[in-house]
Every structure is written in C-alpha cells, then in structure tokens.
Design a binder for this molecule. Structure first.
Ligand SMILES: *Cc1c(COP(=O)(O)O)cnc(C)c1O
Length: 367
C-alpha cells in the first residue's frame, strides 16, 4: 500500500468548477484587487474570527508586513522559536529586526515561562508559531505581551482552523498571519497569504504597504511594496474556503485516531493534548524511539513519513550572525532527534491509517 503525504491530486481531482470561475474572471479583466479578492477577504475574516482580512502575496509577506505595519524594523528585537519553518525568521530578519529565539515545550510552541528572560529594552514583539497545527498558549503569551508592552504577530500558517478556548489561532495577537501555500489548510494554486486583525488602523497601514503606498490611483503617501494576493488566487480561495471546515475536521479526526492507536505502542510518545485547544494537524508529529530506523522502515513500507524539521533555525548557516550554539535550546534539539511526521491529510482512507499504525507496530515488534 502507498500512503502519501501529499493530497493535492486528490483535492483538485475535478478542477472544472474553479476553472469556470477563473474563466469568468478572465472575461471581466479584473486581475488585481477587485471584487473576488474583497469577497474572499470578507469570508476569510469571518472564518478567522476577526474584523478584517488583507490578502497579500505569501505567508512570509503576511508576517513581514504585519511587523512593518506595527513599526518594527532596524535596532528592534523580535522573539520567536528556533523550531519553525525558515519563513518565520526570514520575515523578522528582513524587516531589519533581530530574531531572538526562545525554547519550546513538548507541544511544539514557545514556552511562555522562558519568554521574560529573553526580553530586553530593544524587544518590540513576539511571533508565536502554532507549529504543526498545534496552538501556542495564547492566553499566557498575551498576558506577557501586555505586561511588557510588546506587539504580537501570530504565525498561524500551519494552524488554519485551530482554536484556543473557542477562538481561532491568529485572533489573539495584533495580527494573525496566514499562508495559502498549496500545502496549507486553505490552499490556492500557487502562493498567497492573508493577514487578519481587528484594528482599523493596522488594516489601513497594511492596505498601503501591499499596494505601493497608494491612497488612490495618483497619490502615494509612503514608499512601499507590491505584494497583493492575486485575484485569480482569490477565486481559488473562495472555492477552497467552502471546504475548510471539512478539511480541518478530517485532519482533527485523523489526529485523534492516531493518538488513540499510538497510545498502545510504548516506543511512541504523543504530545500531551490540551482540552482548551482544538488541533488541525498540519503535520501530525509524535516522538519515536529509534526514530531514524523507524523513518526508513516506514518509507520502505510506502508510508511517506517526514521530519519537520531536522535542523533547527539556530543551527542554520543563516543564523550564524546571531551567535547561538549547540545546547542553547535543549527541547528543540531533543525534538530534532525524536520527531516524526505521519501522513494525516483529509483524503486518507481508514485502511491507509490502519496500515500506518500496523507498519509502526511491525517495526517495533521486529526490532
Ligand atoms: C508556510 C509557512 C510560512 C510561510 O508561508 P509562505 O506562504 O510559504 O510564504 C511561515 N511560517 C510557517 C510556520 C509556515 O509553515
């Protein structure tokens, strides 16, 4: 049996309805900004439990423009975690601000009890990452941010649809940053991103930042970027957002199934789940004994397991200038050796999930 990590061929098996809508767009010539984007932004804001949504070019732009709109740049420090996707740190660094890492807990998110020790007079913001579709502790993070007068930009690119105490991840901070990359839970046919916020002031700044600083066709009030969400991608987004509740529901169910079945395998440890959260398992990640051998075994069995991520950010060449060393973030470093991601996407069949579990059992029984 083959259990693939990717699901795109299944998801877009019948592209016809989307192509019909794109045809209509082509006829209208409405290629930048325009009606489809506005409609998508309105639907997205509602989904995200926020007042406003602003479509941008990528998830990376969503983080970077959020920071810029909050006035963050040169000489500032921004706190985040070293176990994220490169883009979180790239977005911080390319504003001119210095990324400052704080270690994580076994739930993959920033450890709130370690944040205050990393705050300096230069600290301006925290970028918590809801990695793997598992929420960070937004209640505690917002308390710390308030106490120290810090901005918060939530990187919820991997947690589209997850909740903390009934509210979506991305709805706690000054802004929430979403990616619409093909592998995310609301995905378009290429790159895309979305920023959500409740602040009219931040929304207005973002609208300038993404579109040349123009207040109308002929007047520019600030030099800025061109990073709008493509209208054609908004058409795809409008289609996918209709399925998102089903997508996150299926991923959550797959996670629950694996949690239950893996509890019977002593060599696998599942992260502790928090009753206040809902999970969407962008990556379904557990801790495994003999991880490298298990990975090899699963790949041989046709189960497309992966590691997210094998090299933490503080050990990447790009981070050399930050001066971190091995041992600075022990939980992150331990995770790199123990974590394994199992296919958990919305198109998995029951047989495929059972096969994943039996393949893991077979490995430990035989070793
Ligand atoms: C995907 C992702 C991003 C960036 O999104 P792009 O749309 O690819 O730019 C940022 N942070 C995390 C955690 C991501 O998974």
């Amino acid at each position: 049996m083959k259990v693939s990590y990717s699901f795109l061929d299944e998801q877009f098996k019948d592209p016809e309805p989307i192509l019909q809508d794109i045809k209509a767009l082509v006829k209208s010539g409405d290629f930048t900004l325009g009606n489809a984007l506005e409609e998508f932004e309105q639907k997205f804001a509602k989904f995200a439990h926020r007042k406003y949504a602003i479509g941008v070019g990528t998830g990376t732009d969503a983080i970077r423009l959020s920071l810029l709109a909050l006035g963050i740049g040169q000489r500032d420090e921004v706190i985040t975690t070293p176990n994220t996707f490169y883009a979180t740190v790239g977005a911080i660094a390319t504003t001119g601000a210095k990324p400052v890492f704080v270690d994580i807990r076994d739930d993959f998110a920033i450890d709130p009890s370690k944040i205050e020790a990393a705050i300096t007079p230069k600290t301006k913001a925290i970028v918590p990452v809801h990695l793997n579709g598992c929420p960070a502790d937004m209640v505690k993070i917002m308390e710390i941010a308030k106490k120290h007068n810090l901005k918060v930009v939530e990187d919820t690119c991997q947690a589209i649809g997850a909740t903390v105490e009934g509210k979506r991840t991305g709805s706690y901070g000054d802004t929430g940053a979403y990616s619409l990359h093909p592998l995310k839970n609301i995905n378009v046919w290429g790159d895309g991103g979305m920023i959500v916020t409740d602040s009219e002031e931040i929304r207005d700044k973002l609208i300038l930042l993404r579109n040349h600083g123009l207040i109308n066709r002929d007047e520019c009030v600030m030099y800025a970027y061109n990073c709008r969400l493509d209208t054609m991608q908004a058409v795809v987004g409008l289609y996918v957002i209709k399925q998102v509740e089903w997508i996150i529901g299926e991923r959550a169910k797959n996670g629950e199934y694996y949690d239950k079945e893996l509890a019977n395998i002593p060599q696998i440890r599942t992260p502790k789940r928090d009753q206040r959260y809902t999970y969407v398992h962008h990556n379904y990640v557990v801790f495994a004994e003999k991880r490298d051998e298990l990975l090899k075994h699963l790949l041989e069995k046709g189960v497309d397991a992966k590691i997210h991520y094998p090299i933490p950010l503080h050990k990447q060449k790009a981070s050399e200038y930050l001066g971190y060393k091995e041992g600075d973030f022990p939980v992150t470093e331990r995770h790199c050796k123990e974590i394994i991601s199992l296919p958990a996407h919305q198109h998995l069949t029951q047989e495929q999930k059972e096969y994943v579990i039996s393949s893991i059992k077979e490995f430990y029984d035989g070793s």
